[in-house]
Design a binder for this molecule. Structure first.
Ligand SMILES: C[S@@+](CC[C@H](N)C(=O)[O-])C[C@H]1O[C@@H](n2cnc3c(N)ncnc32)[C@H](O)[C@@H]1O
Length: 257
């Protein structure tokens, strides 16, 4: 039976690669490298660098594939994502069927960790359920952007006894900061959602391009640094053509019981 390794490659620094991830790369006959278009070519380049640096298996091959661009959500966000996942599932199925021998091993290189805001596992489950190609799955965990953010700010994610919420920019705009959450990590925010918060005393620890040579971090009281973060974010997004950023928010005062 074919084997698929879903390998977390870390959040931007090739040295986030774990020994398990490196061994996984070298176990695979085929390394699948997604290409998400010109704007995200730096990310494909990092995957290539990781393969150049860590792959020593002379028999392994790299197969690059285009990832379709997600349509702008129309009536329903979930329907749009479902259509997009279906299109990617067809691509994955083709790759597994056409590029791997019956007993071959393929590896998908996943940004950060496959369990966090990444669809590869859900899409591969979909491919499995269709039943056209059989495979067994193994997941190798990676360093997430959340860990990279905490490390760069030399901070613990939770205050003592606190719980941590991980959410998206879209949900922060819709729901604000829940009352009983001590620390909130916000990902996938293209709109500086922190600017919609009314409490200007919230403390923000922000990071962009974490783990890469372009890493930027800023922190402070939202009322003092919110506008600066937005400006720096926009300048860098324009300059590079893309940005990935993440931040941690905490209300002032002691954690609520
Ligand atoms: C599709 S999610 C993928 C998360 C990934 N699976 C992980 O474990 O970190 C992409 C989001 O992760 C965050 N992110 C990933 N890498 C990052 C980095 N190097 N610097 C800042 N944010 C990053 C950003 O919030 C971005 O919008």
């Amino acid at each position: 039976m074919r084997k698929l390794l879903v390998i977390g490659i870390g959040a931007g620094n090739p040295e986030h690669m774990t020994v398990q991830a490196i061994n996984g790369l070298n176990q695979a006959d085929v390394l699948f490298i997604p290409d998400k278009g010109a704007r995200k070519s730096d990310l494909a380049e990092l995957r290539r660098q990781i393969c150049d640096r860590f792959v020593t298996n002379p028999k392994s091959r790299r197969v690059e594939f285009d990832v379709p661009v997600r349509a702008e959500p129309t009536s329903s966000y979930r329907v749009t994502v479902d259509d997009w996942h279906e299109a990617i599932a067809e691509i994955y199925e083709g790759l597994i069927r056409d590029e791997l021998d019956e007993n071959g091993c393929g590896a998908f290189l996943i940004w950060g960790d496959p369990s966090l805001y990444d669809s590869a596992l859900r899409i591969l489950e979909r491919v499995g359920l269709k039943g056209n190609v059989g495979f067994k799955l193994e997941v190798i965990p990676g360093i997430t952007a959340i860990q990279a953010l905490a490390a760069s700010h030399a901070t613990a994610l939770n205050r003592m006894g606190d719980c941590i919420l991980v959410t998206t920019g879209r949900r922060l705009i819709e729901e604000g900061l829940p009352a009983n959450v001590g620390s909130t990590v916000v990902m996938l925010d293209g709109k500086c959602a922190f600017n919609t918060l009314t409490d200007q005393d919230v403390f923000i620890q922000w990071g962009a391009y974490l783990g890469t040579p372009d890493e930027i971090i800023l922190s402070g009281r939202l009322g003092d640094v919110g506008a600066e973060i937005e400006k720096v974010r926009e300048e860098n997004r324009r300059k590079k053509g893309w940005i990935m950023d993440i931040y941690l928010l905490r209300k002032p005062g002691k954690p609520e019981e």
